[in-house]
Design a protein. Sequence first.
Length: 357
Amino acid sequence: MTGLQTELCDILGIGHPILQGGMGPYKTESLAIAVANAGCLGVISSIGMAATLLPDAAPVDALKLFGTDPPRVILQKSIESVTKETKSDAVFGVNVPVAAEFLIASKMFVEEVIEARQSSSDVEKKLRVIITSAGNPTRWSEVKKHGLIWIHVVPSVYHAKKAEKAGADIIVASGHEGGAHISWEPVHSTVLVPAVAKAVETPVVAAGGFCDGRSLAAALCFGAVGIQMGTRFIATKESDFESIWKDMIVEKDERGTLTGRGLFGPMRFLRNTRSEEIVEQTLADVPRFFLGDPVESNEKILELERTGFDELLKGNRDLALMFSGECAGRISNIPSVSQVVDDIISEAQAVFESLTK
Ligand SMILES: Cc1cc2nc3c(=O)[nH]c(=O)nc-3n(C[C@H](O)[C@H](O)[C@H](O)COP(=O)(O)O)c2cc1C
């Protein structure tokens, strides 16, 4: 297999133009190792690690996932483990959501990344990226002073311009097809990605609905320099997710997800009894949600999320709360990460070859 090199590969020093999206509530440590070893950008997810700081609001019981270490130590150990388990030329990053609710944790995680790089030349060589998401980009450009590449995730042209002004090295344009948190206004990738790519000079990565070679080729045609994938990477052998989550992604067709009000904003879930309950609550208590208006969540939704996580750990397919992108409908197997990456690159190359014959 020959490569498909883009500007994204040059900036990050990776072999293929593919980023793994941050995906709480897991650390995504095993996934980050596999993705980085496959020549893409592996990403450690920090959102779940912050749960012990928000015991009343957190949708997951962090103790069940992470034990008793403080959040900063959880991240530190994760960085050490990914550094140790990856090849010498592997590259990885840390996703830090920067929503207002998380700012204390966000600053702490960014400090930990900077310190971890200062304390080991191996970490410094491999941990090159911070991906901020779900919040205001303005204060985060300082990470560049510490030698990090700064990527920021946005849901609109307006936010992309703001991220460019703030100095982001790469902008991820994340469309409404994507899994877990999505934007209030339902703008989909087919409209969002080319619009953002046209509006900014900063390199743009497409997210939301990208899961194979055809969609990678489409992203490049839209003007992006690569793709960020969440859902496709969940359904892999190495991913840290529960097996019912992986299996349901494989089973669903393209109508297999629902959107409703999550704790921190709108979310896309795999469709089951639990997510239908959340949509019913959204309609009952926050009806302006479906008009794209930012509206408060409520205790009932929070409770459905918390118990939904407990049910996940018990393996209850109906009552488990699981996030996924619409592209679950285009995923039908659970291969290794390297197989996923190989298939995507060869398919994208075949698409381009067939177009230029
Ligand atoms: C289970 C799940 C958890 C996610 N958690 C996060 C997160 O913690 N931080 C973040 O920036 N994005 C998060 N995302 C979004 C992904 O990083 C990615 O942008 C998105 O999944 C892309 O769309 P796709 O699912 O169609 O590939 C999550 C997505 C999923 C499916």
